[in-house]
Design a protein around this ligand. Structure first.
Ligand code: ZN
Length: 126
């Protein structure tokens, strides 16, 4: 089962960061923030996005040269502090059994210009 950011694959609280995304893009277009301030995906995020990213069928809002991909990271008790990249929905269930509670972070990434933005945060409990 593939994760789909347009659907709720989780069962807990959800924080949607789309208004912050819009504000960030507006500020960039107004010249109030630099491209280097928002196109700053770290090496590990770029590696994960390149190898495991799932296409969003949406062009990068900064460079318009690449399709965005998204990755999901899981954090929780009994999970390594750096989090685990989730690529299959079944992994959420397996990790939740281990940790009792997970926090999932969906991040959109541009493989071209390194734009990255937290799309939503979700909580999964069993
Ligand atoms: Zn881009």
């Amino acid at each position: 089962m593939k994760l789909d950011p347009q659907k709720n694959n989780v069962y807990g609280a959800l924080v949607d960061y789309s208004l912050i995304r819009k504000m960030t893009l507006d500020r960039f277009k107004q010249g109030k923030i630099l491209r280097s301030d928002i196109c700053d995906a770290q090496t590990e995020l770029m590696r994960v996005a390149k190898n495991y990213g799932i296409g969003l069928k949406q062009s990068c809002p900064i460079c318009n040269n690449y399709q965005l991909v998204y990755v999901t990271y899981a954090f929780g008790n009994k999970i390594v502090k750096s989090g685990i990249c989730i690529t299959e929905g079944s992994e959420i269930y397996d990790l939740t059994k281990k940790a009792n509670e997970l926090f999932l972070y969906d991040i959109e990434v541009c493989l071209g210009c390194r734009w990255n933005h937290l799309m939503k945060k979700s909580q999964v409990k069993i």
